[in-house]
Design a protein around this ligand. Structure first.
Ligand code: IMP
Ligand code: MG
Length: 178
């Protein structure tokens, strides 16, 4: 891939960690029939692998939010483009996202979901870009902490592209088009 500056997390490392997160969730949620809520579009690849690493009964649903236009900077405005198909009242909910960056999206989502009376509400994020945090977000299941670089691959995009890369990589900065 010519557009890749550097591979940050190779495929094998990624897969090992995702399987471990799945095992942890299976242990913690045995008998609780958790509902995994994937945040579209970025989380769909991660959720697909995570789901298959969870060996206890569970369900999934999706929400879609918008916080980034086609650029790399958060607008600070979160819109729900697609809501859940089902009620979460009394359910053990795990929100699954690709990356927590400023934390604005997750903070907003957690407030929204809390108001619907879930039995419990926790967060699973593949990547944690902590230096950029504007809102404190507790990440209960975290894949990797990464430096303040714009990353692509494994579901994460730049302007809708690169989601198909099987690893996490840093895009060549000259391609950002600032
Ligand atoms: P936040 O609201 O700033 O935490 O950003 C949340 C969303 O922005 C994530 O769910 C991603 O979809 C997107 N995002 C943040 N950082 C990156 C990145 O480095 N690459 C691709 N998408 C990102
Ligand atoms: Mg996202």
């Amino acid at each position: 891939m010519d557009d890749v500056e550097e591979v940050l997390i190779p495929e094998a490392v990624l897969q090992d960690r995702v399987r471990e997160l799945g095992r942890q969730i299976a242990q913690d949620y045995n008998g609780k029939d958790p509902l995994l809520v994937g945040i579209l579009t970025g989380a769909f690849v991660f959720l697909a692998d995570l789901l298959r690493a969870i060996s206890v009964p569970c369900q999934i649903d999706f929400m879609a939010t918008q916080s980034y236009g086609a650029g790399t900077e958060s607008s600070g405005i979160v819109r729900i483009l697609k809501d859940l198909d089902q009620s979460i009242e009394g359910r053990h909910v795990i929100v699954v996202d690709d990356i927590i960056d400023t934390g604005l999206t997750m903070d907003y989502l957690l407030e929204t979901l809390k108001a619907r009376y879930p039995a419990s509400l926790r967060v699973c994020a593949l990547l944690d870009k902590r230096p950029r945090r504007l809102r404190a977000v507790q990440i209960d299941f975290r894949g990797f902490e990464i430096p303040d670089k714009f990353v692509i691959g494994y579901g994460l995009d730049y302007a809708g592209r690169y989601r198909n890369l099987p690893y996490i990589a840093v895009l060549k900065p000259e391609l950002y088009g600032t």
